[in-house]
Design a protein around this ligand. Sequence first.
Ligand code: N01
Length: 548
Amino acid sequence: MPLKDLSAGAPATRNVDAVVVGAGMGGLYMLYRLREMGFSVQVIESGDDVGGTWYWNRYPGARCDIESMYYSFSFSRELQQEWNWTERYAAQPEILRYIQHVAERFNLRPHIQFETRVTSATFDEEQLGWQVKTDHGETYQARFCIMATGSLSAANLPAIEGIETFKGDFYHTAQWPRDGVDLTGKRIGIIGTGSSGVQAIPLLARQASHLYVFQRTPNYCIPARNAPLQPDYIARIKSQYEDIGRRARASASGVAYVGPAESPLKLPVEERQAMYKRHWAVGGSVYSATFPNLLISREENDEATAFIRAQIKATVKDPEVAARLSPKHYLGTKRNCLGTDYYETYNRENVTLVDVKQTPISRLTNTAVVCGDQQYELDCLVLATGFDAMTGSLLRIDIRGRGGVALKDKWADGPKNYLGLMVAGFPNLFIMTGPGTPASLTNFVLAIEHHAEWISDCVHDLDRQGAALIEAREEDEARWISHVNDVADMTLFPTANSWYLGANIPGKPRVFMPYVGGFANYVARCAEAASNGYHGFKLTPCKRPVEA
Ligand code: N01
């Protein structure tokens, strides 16, 4: 039976069934599921509102790279039918409004404590639960602790000499000021050309007196071809939502759109070139979906990237700049960027591309970025330097399992878990959409729904079975991690220095973290484990351990 919420009148330690860390889409749906089952839930969120990623990433141009009609919760038919997206790819303010609407529609806010950061979570062997402490000095005693902390939440501030001395305006894309900033007429520098940089650069260029783009690795930017959504299209998709959801869940990518099944290399050259042109003109994920073996076939990938390099060459007037913008890694091994006018922006007189692979940034002065003997004077510096992805937001919390073992020590050589959901030695601690799951390679909303449903069903099952605890078994954890690595090694993914591998953070273990075995396959494995008495997990009734 769910515990009673004892929080009223007990300011020091509050008892709840579950603490959920984070009020992004994952935390909100987790809260909704558990509350509907009758559990008491406290969500703790560091921001002053819901939204997670979409609360923090307010930089100019921030926009989703999954089509908005699919980047929506499917758990409530009414919600799906009543919400109207306005653009093919929704911009950050609209997505944030949607998440706020979800919080209000389902009356979730009363369960969320805002502007509060979880500092530690410690497994309590006596109470068979978690002690969760916050930076406000509170302690929550909870049977379950659920980390909905997001994979791309811990902003990466690079250790550049003199960074603290820069006196101009200074922003990270993932910590953009709430009310925006007016950069009109300023000399702006931006470091980073991943998804955030690629989206921000065209808009910053329009405001700047001059924009310097400090690029270490060029990335593929596929045109988003964003456009307003027409009412008849919205109505058509809404009438097909059930089928779309079914197809998305049965797919490897978590997206209903599936490209050709046959390799384009089987077609005559003219025919396939015409197809690439057509798919490039549609834009978005349609172009990369042209290549069914993109991440396992070097030949197919070479063909996909040759076409993009030709587009860059045709778009960017200065051949030297075009060459510097041409990526060398395999398409998709770093997250593809979707953009609008990205390559065109380098034709502007007020934009300079600085190759910091060739001449690295040596330091910052109080007014400039210094690369070799060149000094770039700036009024404003934007860091689009990404995240300590997948593990960063978890390891910034002092998480301790059985025997006081710290998660950061257990994960010193890379994250270990079973099905990405639980870590051996950390009973009743669930992780949503983190390492060991396909979430970051799929549609996050679908991945979130799957995790929230699996975890809440599991919590409910434990109650029905009279079990106090569930945790991953060491041997199944080891088996899972080696499977995650084995399937990654069958692909081209490990060939690129991506955040998937932790390669963007100096000193981080180089381990491929997402599960590339496909969304449908992953969902089936999770379902199979649950239906086989939580195979791979150990259940503990009261204080006496029994085998599952
Ligand atoms: O971060 P990134 P992001 N000196 O890590 C460079 C999602 N997202 O915020 O590639 C110089 O991709 C770094 O260079 P390199 C999406 O999943 C989605 O852009 O490491 N440069 C790279 O160019 C995405 O993949 C959306 O050599 C330095 C850049 O900074 C993920 O978030 C929008 C440097 C970081 O790129 C992360 O994207 C935005 C240094 N010291 C984000 N340190 C959409 O939905 C780092 N860099 C569209």
